[in-house]
Design a protein around this ligand. Structure first.
Ligand code: AMP
Ligand code: MN
Length: 336
C-alpha cells in the first residue's frame, strides 16, 4: 500500500476558530487543518496534501517558504509538518482543485506525482544505509501502516472489535528473512549486501537471526524497528542499536501471523517485540478521542526522563485491521 500524499477530496466541514478572524478549521476525512477564511466551502473539491509531503519549488507554493522551506539532500522544497495556530492543531495543506489545471480527476485519486510532491525522508546515515544488494524482495510486503485519519469511514465499524495496542517506535524499518535456505537483511526499501560494518547485518549476527529463523523450519520473515544511536536522534538514549519486532510473515502462505502467534514466535526465538500496551482494547467514540490516547510517555524512556512517545499501532488479533495513531503532542515537539 503506497501512501497517498496528495489526493482529491471533498471538504467535510468548516468551523470558526475562537478569536481568529482570518482563518478557520477544515475537516477532511479524519484530518483537521487551518485554512484561510472563505477560501473554501463545505462540499468543495480540493487537493489535500498530508503531513510529510515535500512540495517542489514552484511559484504557486512560494507562500509556504517562510514556514516550510527545507532541503532533502540536494533537493529544495517545502515540507509539510504538524503545526498549531491559535491553539488549533493543523495537519497538511488544502489546495484549490484549480492547481490541477483542468485535469479530469477521479475523487480520491492520488495526484502527488502530477504535482511533483514526494515524501520527505530525513537522510540515512551511511552505516545504516549499507550497500544495496537489490530491490526489496517481492515475496515479502514492505512495512507500512495506514493513519487513522484516513480511515474515518471505517472507524465506526472498528468499534465492534477488540484490539492489540503496541507503542509505535521512532526508528527505521528492518526486515530479516529466511527463504529456501537463504538468509537476507533489508532496510525499509532495499535488500542489503552482507558486510562487517552495516548496522542491520551486525544486529542480525548479534541476535543470531539467521540461525533462529532457519530453526523454525519455515520460510519466514521478521520485521521490526531499528532503534538506537545514530537513528532518528536516538530519543530513547540507547547505547548501540537494536531491533524490536512487530511482524512475522509466513512466506509460503503469504500471510502475516496473527498477533498471538507472533507473540509466541518472539518467546520461542527469544526476541524482543515492540512494547505491548493492551491486548483487549476497545476504541473510544471518536478519532479525536483516540488521538488523545495516543499521547503519552514511551515505555522505552530512559530512567529519570520521560520521552514523548511517537504514537500507537493498533491491530485486530487476526491482523486484518492495522493502523497507526500518531501523537499530535509528539508531532508538535518534533524538530527534524
Ligand atoms: P511511519 O513511521 O510513519 O512510516 O509508520 C509506519 C512504520 O512504523 C512501519 O513501517 C514500521 O517501520 C514502524 N513501526 C514502529 N513501531 C511500530 C509498531 N509498534 N508496529 C508496527 N510498525 C511500527
Ligand atoms: Mn517511522
Amino acid at each position: 500500500m503506497e501512501r497517498k500524499l496528495a489526493s482529491v477530496v471533498t471538504i467535510d466541514d468548516l468551523q470558526p476558530i475562537k478569536d481568529a478572524d482570518l482563518i478557520e478549521v477544515a475537516t477532511v476525512k479524519g484530518w483537521k487543518l487551518v485554512v484561510k477564511k472563505n477560501e473554501f466551502r463545505v462540499g468543495d473539491h480540493a487537493v489535500y496534501c498530508e503531513i510529510d509531503s515535500f512540495l517542489p519549488l514552484k511559484p504557486e507554493f512560494e507562500f509556504l517558504r517562510k514556514s516550510s522551506y527545507r532541503k532533502m539532500g540536494e533537493q529544495e522544497g517545502f515540507r509539510l509538518k504538524t503545526m498549531k495556530l491559535r491553539g488549533q492543531v493543523s495537519q497538511g495543506l488544502l489546495l484549490p482543485v484549480q492547481v490541477l489545471e483542468g485535469y479530469d480527476y477521479v475523487m480520491g485519486e492520488d495526484v502527488a506525482a502530477r504535482l511533483g510532491i514526494v515524501k520527505f525522508e530525513p537522510p540515512v546515515p551511511a552505516a545504516l544505509a549499507g550497500i544495496c544488494k537489490g530491490s526489496f524482495p517481492s515475496f515479502i510486503p514492505k512495512t507500512d501502516e495506514e493513519r487513522i485519519q484516513n480511515l474515518s469511514k471505517e472507524f465506526s465499524s472498528y468499534r465492534e472489535q477488540v484490539f492489540y495496542v503496541t507503542e509505535k517506535l521512532e526508528g527505521s524499518s528492518a526486515t530479516f528473512y529466511f527463504n529456501q535456505g537463504v538468509f537476507g537483511v533489508c532496510s525499509r526499501n532495499l535488500e542489503l549486501l552482507e558486510s562487517a560494518d552495516n548496522t542491520l547485518w551486525k544486529i542480525a549476527r548479534a541476535l543470531k537471526l539467521s540461525e533462529k529463523l532457519a530453526a523454525t523450519g519455515n520460510n519466514i520473515a521478521l520485521q521490526g524497528e531499528l532503534i538506537g544511536e545514530g537513528i532518528q536522534g536516538n530519543p530513547y538514549a540507547l547505547s548501540g542499536q537494536t531491533v524490536k519486532f512487530f511482524n512475522a510473515f509466513d512466506i509460503d502462505t503469504q500471510e502475516y501471523l496473527s498477533m498471538p502467534a507472533f507473540r509466541e514466535v518472539m518467546k520461542v526465538l527469544d526476541l524482543e517485540p515492540v512494547p505491548l500496551l493492551d491486548e483487549n482494547f476497545l476504541l473510544p467514540d471518536t478519532i479525536a478521542a483516540l488521538l488523545l490516547l495516543a499521547e503519552g510517555t514511551s515505555m522505552l524512556s530512559p530512567a529519570g526522563k520521560a520521552v514523548e512517545r511517537e504514537g500507537l499501532v493498533i491491530r485486530s488479533a487476526d491482523r486484518t485491521i492495522s493502523f497507526k495513531v500518531i501523537s499530535n503532542r509528539f508531532l508538535l515537539k518534533e524538530n527534524n
